[in-house]
Design a protein around this ligand. Structure first.
Ligand code: SF4
Length: 491
């Protein structure tokens, strides 16, 4: 085994990725990725439609899910306190984290207190959001991803490009190369002469991960739901790797966004029907784990839940944007989005890509950065995401709202040409004498450009705008003059 300075593969970095318009241009040129994405999203889309149409009350379920999530948002403080109390009584240690730094420090401190220098991880968006792996690496703790797609991304020194299928941009030939090159550096190598047959690749991953599962004393996960009245942590996954992480290690630490709380188990039922059909097009989730505290001899004996804010209360504070917190990370909006399908996830510059990334990222991180201000424009506003979202997030409304905020933010100190124009228009409209002065000028222009389209004229400042619009030369008389001439006698 080759020695490396780091314990885990050095990942790609979001730092330095340009704002969406520029990043998207570069990604559009990647034909291989576009082909992989088209194939994968088309397949998942079709499965979702089939499974959703099997459920007679699908639309009612979506409405119920949206209403439950909105109720949680309205009373989040109460539900969180209730959840904390119930979890504590059940034997779970509850921590509160204001931001990424808080949450990362709590996880590292628990690992150090346990004398652990490596952890196994269940795929989780929230630990991507807080960059937990890199923080643990800096603390000398190796974090091993155990979800197949996350493993491919980690071993490939790559970045995830999809919520559910982080390696969606890779094809199996690329996966074979990554496994053959990297696995041996971080554990059991891939078999010699491994081919790109899916069964062989899966077997290589299974053997590579097995030794990590059997060694691990601590696991780290996210959490799909927390049931407030019972204090139950709910984690869903498809491969069984999560079940290994949730049952073998003695310690489990789950980082959970504060919006993941649900009032009761009855409410959970709605989401367990919607989630698998919306995400993978399955009728039922293959592995659904419930932990209500610890049970001697069964599963983790020390269970920690870290309730993370990291910008979520800011989202909650905006009545027009807060519906983004309904998201259950199913990825249906990504799979239907014509923009995502063509540019992939990296162009969005954060672990949350696609339509949900375009509305959640700028709200979680604020609109200070150019990248965040660009994201609400990364959409055609076609509304396909509105139609598939199982929790009925009104994407197009939120996108328009955020566009408005982004423009306001950008122009607060730098008025644009359009704003100057509007200011001028306001002056003209404010007083009849101003209007008459401008009309004199416009009549003159009408005579000069008579019967011609303005688009082809070399008009300073407005030339670019006019190129794409059919605008006639101004009239040579005002409406009042025309009225006097044509209608005056009939009054
Ligand atoms: S926004 Fe809706 S469709 Fe998109 S990932 Fe979240 S729940 Fe799924």
């Amino acid at each position: 085994m080759t020695t490396t300075a780091r314990r885990t593969p050095e990942p790609g970095t979001w730092l330095g990725i340009p704002a969406f318009p520029e990043a998207a241009k570069a990604e559009l040129a990647n034909d291989q990725q576009r082909g992989n994405l088209r194939h994968a999203t088309t397949t998942i889309r079709a499965k979702r439609v089939t499974r959703a149409s099997e459920v007679d009350d699908w639309e009612d379920l979506r409405t119920a899910a949206a209403q439950i999530k909105d109720r949680v948002a309205r009373h989040l403080d109460d539900y969180l306190i209730q959840a904390e109390k119930a979890m504590t009584e059940a034997g779970i240690t509850v921590h509160w984290a204001r931001d990424a730094a808080d949450a990362n420090a709590i996880v590292a401190d628990i690992a150090k207190a346990k004398g652990v220098d490596e952890v196994v991880k269940i795929k989780s968006m929230v630990t991507q959001e807080i960059d937990l792996n890199e923080h643990l690496e800096a603390e000398g703790i190796a974090a091993w991803e155990t979800d197949l797609a996350e493993l491919i991304v980690q071993l490939g020194h790559d970045l995830p490009s999809h919520i559910l299928v982080p390696a969606i941009h890779r094809n199996r030939t690329e996966v074979r190369e990554i496994f053959a090159r990297e696995m041996g550096l971080y554990g059991r190598p891939a078999p010699e002469n491994i081919t790109d047959e899916p069964a062989e690749l899966a077997e290589a991953a299974r053997l590579h991960l097995r030794e990590k599962f059997l060694r691990a004393k601590m696991a780290v996960s996210g959490g799909n739901f927390i049931v407030a009245d019972t204090g139950t942590l709910v984690i869903v996954e498809s491969e069984g790797n999560g079940r290994m992480c949730l049952t073998l290690p003695e310690t489990l630490v789950s980082v959970v966004g504060i919006e993941k709380v649900l009032p009761s188990l009855q409410d959970l039922e709605v989401f367990l029907k919607l989630l698998p059909r919306s995400s993978t097009g399955e009728r039922m989730n293959p592995y659904t784990s419930f932990w209500t505290g610890v049970t001697p001899g069964d599963g983790p004996q020390d269970l920690h839940v870290i309730l993370l804010d990291n910008g979520r209360t800011n989202v909650l504070a905006d009545p027009e944007g807060r519906a983004a917190l309904r998201c259950i990370r199913c990825s249906a909006c990504l799979n239907i989005c014509p923009v995502y399908e063509r540019v992939g996830g990296h162009a969005y510059g954060s672990p949350y890509p696609g339509p949900i990334g375009a509305i959640l990222g700028p709200q979680l991180r604020g609109l200070e950065g150019e990248n965040e201000r660009a994201l609400p424009f990364a959409s055609t506003l076609c509304g396909a995401c509105n139609d598939v979202c199982p929790v009925k997030i009104p994407f197009t409304d939120i996108l328009v709202h955020l566009r408005h905020k982004a423009v306001e933010h950008k122009t607060a100190h730098h008025p644009t040409g359009e704003q100057a124009l509007m200011k001028g228009a306001a002056w003209v409209m404010a007083d009849g004498s101003h209007l008459a002065t401008v009309q004199t000028g416009s009549r003159l222009a009408g005579r000069i450009f008579k019967n011609r389209w303005l688009g082809k004229m070399p008009i300073p400042l407005a030339g670019r705008w006019l190129r794409a619009r059919d605008v006639e030369a101004p009239p040579t008389q005002t409406f009042r003059q025309w009225w006097k001439k044509n209608q005056g006698d009939h009054r």
